[in-house]
Design a protein around this ligand. Structure first.
Ligand SMILES: Nc1ncnc2c1ncn2[C@@H]1O[C@H](COP(=O)(O)OP(=O)(O)OP(=O)(O)O)[C@@H](O)[C@H]1O
Ligand SMILES: [Mg+2]
Length: 237
């Protein structure tokens, strides 16, 4: 573990259930992700992708093994420490945007920047960065799917987390809209240095990553560094 490591796991194992019905969702995973890497996580349904993301993001706790994020050992945190960790160190983007329907785009983002103690203008700046300055007063129902996902991205990055975790962030978008959201994530990675770990089912999306991890049955079975990642605009679907 050095100052250039964003995420490190050692023998990370997560078992759900007990006895005959026990499922080993993650099986002794050793992983190091460097700061600033754009990592895509591929794998069949049930291979452990969401489980890995939830553990790294401090949403779930391992059965055994270690997780270190930004030099913080998650096992050593108590409840309030974990809350602070999630608030200050990670942003999440999910397949279904999870916006609060009764709050406008601006209020959805502002809620999170206030909780994280970010600057007053952080919400507006983030919405501007995702190209939505003209939609800040809309409620989620008055936004397209792509716009809602861009609000969700703004919400996740407004507090400037060092690490962004995405669980199929383009999974419910059409191809062109998905491409725009990916281009946005790529730009945030390149310009702000935010480390990205994104789950996807799309091998095409993997072409824009610095690194592609493949999970199968709770184990990393492939770890590929991409020599020349493609810009999102060049991806052919
Ligand atoms: N809360 C839970 N209780 C019991 N089993 C679980 C739980 N969460 C996940 N599992 C099991 O752990 C395994 C890995 O699940 P996980 O959600 O990580 O897969 P995934 O790779 O994200 O799949 P998908 O692509 O379908 O989202 C699966 O067999 C799943 O059924
Ligand atoms: Mg999943």
């Amino acid at each position: 573990m050095t100052g250039t490591t964003a995420v490190s796991t050692r023998e990370l194992t997560r078992v759900f259930g007990q006895g005959e019905v026990a499922v080993r969702a993650l099986d002794s995973v050793d992983l190091e992700i460097a700061k600033g890497e754009f990592v895509v996580l591929l794998g069949p349904s049930g291979s452990g992708k969401t489980t890995l993301l939830n553990l790294i993001g401090g949403i779930d706790e391992p059965t055994s093994g270690e997780i270190t994020v930004d030099d913080i050992s998650l096992a050593e945190l108590d409840g309030s420490g974990r809350t602070a960790f999630r608030r200050d160190h990670v942003g999440f983007v999910f397949q279904f945007f999870n916006l609060i329907p009764t709050l406008t785009a601006y209020e959805n983002v502002r809620l999170i920047t206030d909780i994280a103690g970010a600057d007053d203008d952080a919400a507006a700046t983030a919405l501007d960065a995702v190209g939505l300055s003209h939609r800040v007063s809309n409620f989620p129902a008055g936004l397209s799917g792509g716009e809602q996902q861009r609000v969700a991205v703004a919400r996740a990055v407004a507090k400037m987390p060092p690490l962004l975790l995405g669980d199929e962030p383009t999974g419910s978008l059409d191809l062109e809209t998905g491409r725009q959201v990916l281009a946005l994530l790529h730009r945030l990675n390149r310009e702000q240095g935010i480390t990205m770990l994104l789950v996807t089912h799309s091998a095409v999306i993997a072409e824009m990553a610095d690194r592609v991890l493949k999970l199968r049955d709770g184990r990393i079975v492939d770890d590929i560094r991409v020599a020349a990642p493609k810009p999102a605009d060049d991806l052919v679907w």
